[in-house]
Design a protein. Structure first.
Lengths: 204, 204
DNA sequence: GCATAACTGGAGTGGCCTATCCAGATATTC
DNA sequence: GAATATCTGGATAGGCCACTCCAGTTATGC
């Protein structure tokens, strides 16, 4: 039987980690998290032997929300508005948490349930893309794999501006959305091969 | 009198640091650099007491090149082609070195000569911007302060793709340039206040 | 070729990191 | 309320970090 106080401690660790990741990013130290939780380092590491487990636990809600945002956008009647809403809201989600911004451009193979949500988002985004292209609104040479590219770009902006200029990502978003419109689109260089980009998102 | 072998050591440190920064980014440890240079840690730190001095020394060439690229673009007769060339070549310079990519979105107040080159680039870019806008090619609501925003975005892409998909930044660049065209430009959110963005680029 | 100023690298310090160990504390069960 | 299974946090180890100290080495000027 798991003891009641152990459950309480586990939850304190998760709460503390959520704050620490938001403040400091994903590389907040386990020591720091233990300190904030008012719990020993041993207790923290007993509950979450690998940092990735803690990350997956802390951000499972947000990851689900990520996939939900994509599905809600796909449910909108207007294909192009749906696509734009998806990009905007995902970027906004990224801006809401330094840690989650990094989660979205990372990969956590040790947490299958977590990655399943990401896969759900990708599948839906794929459909969203095709629908917007079929409607002639999204440029035909856009590929779903451009999304991680944009997430990386947005993460770069967010990590440097979120404290001093928290709205900077909105301007980036606007630039992106305009360049994704099918109207007057100019040719692009070749897209990034999916496999290779995914590889780059594997843990180091 | 500075001894000949001391000069030689200093140069070995600079060369080793250039490689280490390119491989590992700006946070390569001083220990690692000393090891690569085949020199004691004490010698390394005696030559460069602060990491920033070493960074400014290693990247002074590239920083000058950055400003030169901007000036060369400003010297081109066609304002819009000049502007596009500037953005493309600066992004390419960023892609050529993980460390320099970070330098371009950082700030090194302890190295005034270094920052003077950056200021030269900014001044020229400002003129380049106005000229391209006067020609009606660059959208009127673009502000020079959007450049650091794009540099941050590009740095984000580069840091995650340079190994596995080294051409990814080109696609980002193409998207950006299209959204900067004056033709069919849609309204944007407010630009990031200059002061605040600069502040965010100050060392932590 | 010697005296000396200039320079060297290794050893040591203190800090923070992950990770493990274990004697003691505590919730639970009966 | 005693027995026990569960859980705790401090101490500890080993690694890497920036940084300092100093006895010993080496280039240089005469």
């Amino acid at each position: 039987m798991t003891r009641a106080d152990a459950v309480r401690n586990r939850e304190r660790i998760i709460s503390a980690a959520a704050l620490a990741f938001a403040d400091l990013g994903l590389d907040a130290s386990m020591n720091e998290i233990a300190r904030r939780a008012g719990v020993g380092i041993a207790t923290t590491l007993r509950n979450f032997a690998h940092r990735d487990e803690l990350i997956a636990t802390v951000f499972s809600d947000r990851m689900r929300r990520y996939a939900d945002i994509t599905e809600a956008a796909a449910a909108r009647p207007d294909p192009w508005q749906g696509f734009q809403q998806c990009v905007t809201e995902v970027f906004e989600l990224q801006a809401s948490d330094r840690g989650f911004s990094q989660v979205l451009i990372g990969s956590f193979p040790a947490a299958p349930a977590f990655e399943a949500e990401r896969a759900r988002a990708y599948r839906t985004f794929d459909a969203l893309t095709r629908r917007a292209q079929a409607a002639g609104k999204l440029r035909a040479d856009f590929v779903p794999n451009d999304m991680p590219l944009m997430l990386m770009a947005n993460a770069g902006v967010i990590s440097h501006t979120i404290d001093q200029a928290p709205g900077a990502w909105r301007r980036l978003t606007a630039y992106f959305l305009q360049s994704l419109s099918a109207e007057h689109a100019q040719p692009l260089p070749a897209p990034v091969p999916t496999r290779r980009l995914y590889l780059s998102m594997t843990k180091t």
